[in-house]
Design a protein around this ligand. Structure first.
Ligand SMILES: Nc1ncnc2c1ncn2[C@@H]1O[C@H](COP(=O)(O)OP(=O)(O)OP(=O)(O)O)[C@@H](O)[C@H]1O
Length: 312
């Protein structure tokens, strides 16, 4: 604490300090506290101890080194045909929770494409970009590791599992068709933004829908096939098929909508999944409006229906 141009004073007892306190540590002659007023001064021993802690690598557990940085693998999250997704923690000074997808080395090219796509999606600017950039995967690193090709994205808190995981728990299909409404609405909102920016996802299978039960959120993963200047109606149709499958349950091909799915929602899902030209005419925003109207007709005014993936 300095009083203008006067002599500095001790922040602990208010006693006056020698001027050297402005650039180095001094001992207060009144209260004996070791004090410096230099905000850029760091004690060597404390800095070294902090640096050593940041470099610490426990010997237990699983590790991968990706793009020169160590990641500790914390828990498996899911599996694809040849891939494993892991919750991981980046080590070092800037710790970060990430999801790492490990695949055989031959997938490196596909993962590089996915990383480039994700960077381009994060760089989009326009109405809604700051909001939707948080709902799209944020790439952290990509490259080869000792365990194969890897891509890391920031982890989303609150994620439960994929829609495919929900379906595996419910071979008879979702018991409450009202959940189809928020699931589809979340994806249509994202598609409306994405299509408006000229991009399509092109692989909206249920395993790419990540579910956040508490806030009725859906995040999309699996961006390796995404492309600019494609037909947005493909995404709209695929999203409708994914929901038909979730409502119908396993073993139905093509998924037949069960009797518990009420008329307006069933008719909309049938049309959207089977009529690509109609989807193109509607666009994601048009489908979202149709969904609101169907939900009102079938279930009455909107209300929050808690989603428990175990009992849905
Ligand atoms: N970012 C993520 N966060 C949480 N889980 C994820 C994430 N990415 C993937 N997963 C989990 O891993 C599973 C498999 O992932 P994905 O479908 O992307 O792999 P894949 O089928 O091998 O790859 P691709 O779809 O590119 O062919 C997903 O269903 C999901 O459970």
């Amino acid at each position: 604490m300095t009083a203008g141009h006067g002599s500095p004073s001790c922040p602990q007892c208010g006693g006056s300090l020698p001027r050297q306190a402005l650039w180095r540590a001094v001992s207060c002659s009144y209260c004996k506290a070791v004090v410096t007023l230099n905000t850029r001064w760091v004690e060597r021993a404390a800095f070294r101890a902090a640096w050593a802690r940041a470099q610490l690598r426990a010997d237990d557990g699983d590790w991968v080194t990706l793009a020169g940085t160590d990641y500790r693998l914390l828990a498996p999250l899911g599996r694809g045909t040849t891939s494993e997704a892991w919750l991981a923690e980046r080590q070092g000074n800037a710790r970060l929770r990430a999801v790492i997808k490990l695949e055989p080395p031959a997938a490196a090219g596909k993962q590089a494409r996915e990383a480039t796509t994700l960077q381009r999606l994060q760089a989009l600017s326009g109405p809604g970009s700051s909001y939707f950039s948080l709902r799209l995967p944020q790439p952290v690193a990509q490259g080869l590791t000792a365990r194969g090709a890897a891509i890391a994205v920031r982890a989303w808190p609150g994620f439960w599992g994929s829609l495919a995981d929900v379906m595996a728990l419910h071979p008879q299909g979702l018991a409450d068709p009202r959940h189809a409404v928020w699931l589809w609405r979340r994806v249509l909102e994202l598609l409306d933004y994405l299509h408006g920016q000229g991009w399509c996802h092109l692989d909206l299978r249920p395993k790419h829908w990540l579910i956040h039960p508490a806030d009725h959120g859906v995040h999309l993963v699996g961006w390796s096939r995404a492309a600019p200047q494609a037909d947005p109606a493909v995404d709209l149709q695929q999203s409708a098929w994914a929901l038909r499958a979730a409502l119908a349950g396993a073993g139905e091909a093509p998924p037949a909508l069960p009797a518990r799915c009420p008329a307006a929602l069933a008719q909309l899902l049938r049309r959207a999944s089977e009529d690509r030209d109609w989807c193109r005419g509607q666009g994601a925003a048009g489908l979202a409006r149709q969904l609101s109207a169907a939900a009102l007709a079938d279930f009455g005014p909107p209300r929050f229906v808690p989603f428990d993936p175990q009992r849905a």
